[in-house]
Design a protein around this ligand. Structure first.
Ligand code: URA
Length: 295
């Protein structure tokens, strides 16, 4: 076959793929996502029913069936097929390393240092700064956003741009101060280039650090800001409009946490009419905080 015929055949094959809806090629090898789904990454567990006896204040433990989210497994999670794409294999190693080093951190400063030294997340290569967290780690209220944007990348602090400023105002409206009453972080710690959404691999690689921070801070309430953070924390595919405005109880690091998903301030900037929904959620959060204070 000469070069022209060869090129025509390749063009015909690509055309055929395109007609069948294939618009992007991610790798040279295909991934059987049904097989990958049979072996999913570790997820937060829905809360177990509350024990009737008082909960022990002892160290975090895991039941034999359920490994604590940050406890390193003995081996790397099994791949469904030995020849799975590298894209599927690399996160397993990076997730394992993230789990091992985050589990060793005994306080937030050690966790921040471990994250600073961690090279397993490719977002780090393109970001100017790491955005670990901001606010008061003693607060019972933790806010989790999606990913740092441009302003956050420049400052190395989450939620400092326009969305962050709106968030500050929303908090102030229910008499919460960003510096004193909340601990703010994200599902990933570096800005995705061009503000794209973080990929599943990127959030899975960063997740052990998020889980460990939750174990160390022991917040009573977590507010998931926006759909991606809510899906990540609740391990669900449901959309934010279905999830928001309700409490979801989840077991993280041996403690049960109440999670309230709400609308992301960046969405509220684009859709001011949705602010009334966020206001409703904020009032529920305020009320729950009062109850916790009285307990
Ligand atoms: N949006 C987020 O989700 N996080 C930030 O830190 C900033 C904007």
């Amino acid at each position: 076959m000469n070069k022209v015929e060869n090129a025509k055949k390749i063009a015909a094959v690509l055309d055929w793929y395109h007609m069948n809806g294939v618009e992007t090629i991610f790798g040279e090898q295909t991934t059987d996502w049904f097989e990958v789904a049979k072996n999913p990454p570790v997820q937060f567990a829905p809360a177990r029913p509350r024990p009737t006896a008082p909960r022990s204040k002892g160290p975090l433990t895991a039941s034999p069936q359920r490994r604590a989210p940050n406890q390193a497994p003995k081996q790397a999670p099994k791949q469904a097929h030995a020849d799975h794409t590298k894209a599927a294999a690399i996160p397993a190693q990076a997730v394992l390393e993230a789990r091992e080093i985050s589990a060793k951190a005994q306080n937030l400063e050690e966790l921040r240092s471990a994250l600073t030294a961690f090279d397993g997340c490719s977002l780090k290569k393109m970001a100017k700064n790491m955005c670990f967290a901001d606010g008061n780690p003693q607060s019972p209220l933790m806010l989790v956003g999606e990913a740092p944007g441009r302003d956050e990348d420049l400052a190395g602090v989450p939620f400092v741009g326009r969305a962050g400023q709106l968030l500050n105002k929303m908090l102030a409206a229910v008499e919460l101060s960003r510096q004193e009453d909340v601990w703010i972080t994200n599902t990933v710690y570096w800005r995705p280039p061009g503000n794209r959404n973080p990929t599943i691999s990127e959030t899975e690689i960063c997740r052990p650090f998020l889980e460990r921070s939750i174990e160390l801070i022991k917040p009573k309430i977590i507010v998931a800001l926006g759909g991606p953070a809510a899906k990540n924390l609740l391990s669900t595919k449901s959309g934010i409009m279905r999830l928001r405005g309700k409490w979801h109880e989840v077991d993280i690091g041996g403690q049960s946490v109440q999670i309230m998903p709400t609308l992301h301030p960046a969405y509220l900037l684009r859709t001011p009419a949705a602010k009334k929904l966020a206001w409703h959620d904020l009032l529920m959060i305020r009320q729950k905080l009062r109850v916790h204070k009285e307990e």
